[in-house]
Every structure is written in C-alpha cells, then in structure tokens.
Design a protein around this ligand. Structure first.
Ligand SMILES: Nc1ncnc2c1ncn2[C@@H]1O[C@H](COP(=O)(O)OP(=O)(O)OP(=O)(O)O)[C@@H](O)[C@H]1O
Ligand SMILES: CC(=O)N[C@H]1[C@@H]2OC[C@@H](O2)[C@@H](O)[C@@H]1O[C@H](C)C(=O)O
Length: 397
C-alpha cells in the first residue's frame, strides 16, 4: 500500500529515528531489546540507547527451539511452526518492553529483527559442491510488524550471502560507524555463544576494516556446564577456577580445520557441539577427565583461539586496544586469560558508551537505519562483501 511506502520514505529523511533493535543469539538465553535513538547515517551515525532489556526465554520455549537448533535432522513441521511462533513472541516481548518503558508503539519508527538462527552453513563448513553459503534465521518479520503495528526489517543475513559473504558476522557495519576512533587501532571482541571480532584501524581506512568469527565463545562451556552440572552457564567462571587446564585435551580441541581457514570466516554450534568435545576427548584419551578440569580446559580453548585470531589479524608490533562485549565479558576467567595471552588489559565496550550486553541488538538498529537512510559504504576487498543494504521490509498492514 502506498501509505506504507510514503511513511517509509518520510522516515528516510527524518533527522532522528527511533529504532528497536533485536537480537536472539546462539546462547538462547533471551531476546535482547534495545530502543535506540539514531541520528544521521554511515560514518556520521550517532546513536543513543534509550532503553535496553534482555527478556529471558522460558525454559519450555528454549527447549522447543533446542529441538531444531543447529541439528541436521529435525521434525520439519516443528521448524515451520516455530517460524511464526517466534515472530509472535518477539512481537509481544517488544510490546511488553514498550509498556514497561512508557513508550507508545506509534513513537517507534522501525523494528530491526535478527530472528533466531537455527542453522548456519557456510560453504567451507558444509563442503557440498554446487551449494552456496547458507544460513537460516526464523521468527517471521510480518508477524512482528502486524503484532506491533511498527514497520519491521528482518532477515538481514541473506543479502550478505547474496552479495558474496557467509551471512555473518555483520558486526563490522555497526562497529565501523559507531566505534571507529582516529589514532587508535581497535579490536571489538564479542563473546556470545560464538566469539567474533572487528578490527578498526586508527587511520580510519574502511578498506582495512574487517570482521570474523574466531570459534567458540561460551557455547561449549555452556553445553558442558548444562550436561555435567545442570546449570545454564559457568557463572563468573567459578567452575573453571576450581579446575586445571589439561594440555593434551586442549591441543586436541585446537586441532580443527576451522582454525586454519583464512579470515573472514564464520562458524556456529553446528561444528562446536557436544560431539566436537567428545571427539577431542577420545583423540586425547581424556574421556574420564574431571568435570571441573573439562570446563577449565574449554574456557582456555576459547581464550587461546580468540587471542591467536586477534594476534594473526594485527600487524607485528602494532599497538591496539581490545574492547569486549557479549556474555563472555562477564566471565572473569575468560577475560583474564585473553588479557594474559595478548599481554594487555582487556577493556569493555561499555567504556565507549554502549552496554556490552546491548551491542548486538544495537547493531541491527544500525543496519536498519542504513537500509532506510544510508548510502553505500565500500569496505574493500578484505571484508569480501560490498556495502549492501540489508533487511527485508514488512509493513504492518
Ligand atoms: N556472569 C557470567 N559469568 C560467566 N558467563 C556469563 C555470565 N553472564 C553471561 N555469561 C555467558 O554469556 C552467555 C550469553 O551471551 P550472549 O547473550 O552474548 O550470547 P548470544 O548473543 O546468545 O550469542 P551469539 O553472540 O553467539 O549469537 C551465557 O550463555 C553465558 O555463557
Ligand atoms: C549465523 C549467526 O547467527 N551468527 C552470529 C553468531 O553469534 C556471534 C557470531 O556467531 C556472529 O557471526 C553472528 O552474530 C553477530 C551479531 C554478527 O553477525 O556480527
């Protein structure tokens, strides 16, 4: 309908847009909801997080998603049913947040919804000749738009693949626009289920900017803590602190083709799963390892693969700062191990004005802002994809 297109067109020239960014990550802990006030676009973007909340998922809902999450064989009907269900649930969660914050839905310009990744399959991972990079996020945008009455952009990753990427990480776009700083080389490290980082050169040269996954962040620590201790995660690294790192198992864990691949690269819990750990235990003859030693070793595995990736990305002798975000930034064992391996004090992204837990939701608000009001930004050869506009538009009526 013309009325919707006209509204969208008017949005593109508003001086300030109010955008709700949403992220539901691989940890399945909840929906991150960030209400952002965004001015300008591209390198001229300035953004303020007005409100942020992680709406926790109920155990039943989390288990429903786990039934299909990162699995090659699933009940197909279950996947089809979850697509609208997640859209509706996310829509309701947004409405509840807005009520809590005293904001009318009519005062929000856009919703930017990542959805829930259910399977990530870059070509380098699936290896099937003739098949492209692929990834699937569910939680349909039309349902969010109709439920909330707010124009919704969703399914951001497909355009990245269509333009030659692996569909992730998309962090580079938000990181470059919001956090680049002249004369400071920055690594923005996000440690969710999977860890990734963006390199932002202090000379602000967009063609040197790039972003990549490094491998597991918390996903293996979470999976084994769930299995061995019946807890969702190793709170404050207390289990890891009580265990010892096992060198033989650590070497077996690090012996995987993903770590040999050049940057940029992506992965997911499809690879870094319970089966991955069991296989490394078998190869290193550590099937009987004490639970705390296993958690300590998995924590060190994340820390070493993250630090080695950062080292490999930085030119020799170059000075840089690392700003951490995501749930892993709350794990002191992980943070200290990375700092020790890199020989620097790891800082937190919160110092740069955005709460670490909100950063990924904010990223999608930036991507939606770019789609509606931005110009093409060239990121050069290193990133491997052109500066495309991402996200599919759903009108509420
Ligand atoms: N206090 C804490 N101590 C240790 N770990 C923590 C703490 N708080 C959060 N975490 C870890 O952070 C995880 C959640 O991180 P986050 O929400 O950033 O991940 P995600 O966004 O779901 O994942 P991804 O970024 O891979 O999509 C938890 O599952 C847990 O492992
Ligand atoms: C396929 C997918 O959902 N990937 C996520 C995941 O979580 C962290 C890491 O793996 C990253 O590559 C990506 O998310 C962030 C938001 C990104 O695209 O930058």
């Amino acid at each position: 309908m013309k009325e919707h297109v006209e509204k969208l067109y008017a949005l593109s020239s508003k001086p300030v847009r109010r955008i709700v960014g949403l992220m539901s990550g691989t940890s399945l802990d909840g929906l991150d909801v960030a209400l952002c006030r965004v001015e300008g676009s591209g390198p001229g973007t300035s953004l303020q997080v007005e409100h942020f909340k992680t709406v926790p998922y109920e155990a039943r809902f989390r288990n429903e998603v786990r039934e299909i999450f990162a699995k090659r064989q699933i009940d197909f009907q279950h996947l089809v049913l979850l697509n609208p269900l997640i859209g509706l649930q996310h829509g309701q969660m947004i409405l509840d947040c807005l009520t809590e914050w005293g904001i009318e839905a009519s005062d929000v310009d856009l919703i930017a919804s990542h959805g829930q990744t259910v399977f990530h399959a870059p070509q380098k991972q699936h290896g099937l000749p003739g098949f492209p990079n692929a990834t699937l996020q569910i939680g349909d945008g039309d349902h969010i738009a109709v439920k909330t009455g707010i124009i919704t952009l969703s399914d951001f990753r497909q355009k990245h693949i269509a333009a030659g990427g692996e569909g992730a990480p998309l962090a580079v776009y938000g990181d470059y626009f919001l956090f680049s700083q002249k004369n400071e080389n920055r690594i923005l490290l996000n440690m969710g289920g999977i860890a990734n980082f963006t390199f932002l050169p202090g000379n602000l040269d967009a063609s040197l900017v790039f972003t990549t996954d490094t491998g597991p962040g918390n996903t293996l620590i979470d999976a084994l803590t769930r299995q061995l201790y019946g807890k969702p995660f190793d709170e404050n690294g207390s289990i890891a602190t009580s265990g010892n790192i096992d060198g033989a198992l650590l070497n077996a864990l690090k012996d995987a083709s993903f770590f040999e691949q050049p940057f940029p690269k992506t992965t997911g819990p499809e690879v870094f799963s319970l089966g991955y750990v069991e296989d490394a235990q078998k190869r290193s003859n550590r099937e009987g390892i004490a639970p705390a030693d296993l958690i300590a070793t998995l924590t060190q595995f994340s820390a070493e693969t993250i630090s080695e990736a950062i080292r490999n990305a930085m030119p020799e002798g170059e000075i840089f700062e690392v700003y951490a975000s995501g749930g892993g930034a709350h794990n002191p064992v992980l943070m200290q191990a990375i700092g020790a391996l890199l020989g620097i004090q790891i800082r937190r992204i919160d110092e740069l004005g955005v709460a670490g837990d909100a950063k990924e939701a904010v990223l999608f608000a930036v991507l939606a802002n770019e789609a509606v009001a931005g110009e093409a930004t060239y990121f050069g050869e290193k990133q491997g994809v052109p500066g495309v506009s991402m996200g599919k538009i759903s009108f509420p009526g």
